[in-house]
Design a protein around this ligand. Structure first.
Ligand code: PMV
Length: 327
């Protein structure tokens, strides 16, 4: 039965990063990763399949997508069409409750919400593992946003990607005291996409083999920290892992540097606050914004201090968020 379905999903920030693909078409990673889903960054998506549509129509925050952005969405919808066994076109309306223009990645929440809404509207009832595999093919990080709290995306070994999906490690209420600050910088020209950045790193960075050799140990350390609800241990390995990922990018040809002067100022500020006894550990993705892991008690203090750094536009304080749901 074909119907309209609305779903929502929260974004996630990796504490142990995914960097590098072993299969670009299927978004299969070279390494496993681990993330925290964030309650403050939500995408809500409505999908309607209809025999009356001649083409897919996709809007994001009220703006119709065209050209390569629309093609990417249609290719994703093709995966659902294939599983559902029909050729209907869809109308997709997607809204972020956070500022997309501020350079905050919305692909994780976006493809997780789209995977759930489009498959359910097509009459498919995919389990979380199958949903994670579907979302992964839109954007690797989206595989983790199917789950609330902390999630781990297994690298998998198979060529078809059927063993490369995320699983929940801790539900949101298992460690409710954790907070992630999302420090948004003033807008700058769009940096190189994570897809291109990864391809270039795998092809040219002499540091990339060292990344692959050590990321498994980082995952083990993070998992132990989660078991023990040890924020310092988790923050320490997350910060080191992010810096190591950026070291692989810095050593590509040509070099990739996502940081702006404000990014570096924020890193120093986090270290200074930590020396003064305020617990906070940063992580940085494929862009200049900085995310800081802390707890509920210290989040407002950190947000004030980091919000005062020149070049910062806003600071969002996020708690562990829920997995993708029908709404
Ligand atoms: O899956 P993508 O294209 O959103 O790439 C994500 C890459 C990083 O954000 C840098 C790391 C990660 O694991 O989310």
């Amino acid at each position: 039965m074909i119907k309209t379905t609305k779903a929502q999903a929260c974004s996630n920030i990796a504490l142990i990063k995914y960097w590098g693909k072993r299969d670009a078409a299927l978004n299969l990673p070279q390494n496993g990763s681990l993330s925290l889903t964030l309650d403050g960054m939500i995408t809500t998506t409505t999908v309607h399949w209809d025999p009356g549509y001649a083409e897919d129509e996709v809007s994001l925050n009220g703006k119709l997508l065209a050209d390569s952005e629309l093609t990417k969405m249609s290719q994703f919808l093709d995966l659902v069409r294939k599983q559902a066994g029909f050729t209907l076109k869809a109308k997709v309306e997607s809204q972020n409750n956070f500022p997309t223009a501020a350079g905050l990645a919305s692909s994780a929440s976006g493809f997780a919400a789209l995977a759930l809404a489009s498959s359910r509207a097509a009459g498919l009832d995919l389990d979380p593992q199958a949903l994670s595999i579907l979302a992964r093919q839109g954007s690797g990080s989206a595989s983790r946003s199917i789950f609330g709290g902390f999630a781990q995306w297994k690298k998998g070994e198979l060529a078809d990607g059927s063993d490369s999906y995320a699983e929940q490690v801790l539900p949101p209420d298992a460690w409710p005291d954790v907070r992630m600050l999302v420090v948004v910088l003033e807008p700058r020209p769009k940096p190189i996409s994570s897809r291109s950045g990864m391809t270039q790193t795998v092809a040219t960075s002499p540091m990339y083999p060292a990344w692959l050799e050590t990321v498994g140990a980082d995952l083990d350390t993070a998992r132990k920290a989660l078991d023990g609800r040890d924020l310092e241990a988790l923050g320490t390995v997350a910060e080191a892992n992010a810096l190591k990922m950026h070291a692989t990018m810095l050593t590509t040809l040509p070099t990739i540097l996502y940081w702006q002067p404000t990014t570096v100022a924020l890193m120093h500020q986090v270290w200074e606050l930590r020396r003064d006894g305020v617990p906070g550990w940063f992580t940085i993705d494929a862009g200049p914004n900085v995310k800081v892991l802390t707890d509920a008690t210290n989040a407002p203090k950190l947000a004030d201090a980091l919000g005062a750094v020149e070049g910062v536009e806003r600071v969002l304080i996020c708690a562990p968020g829920d997995g993708a749901t029908i709404c």
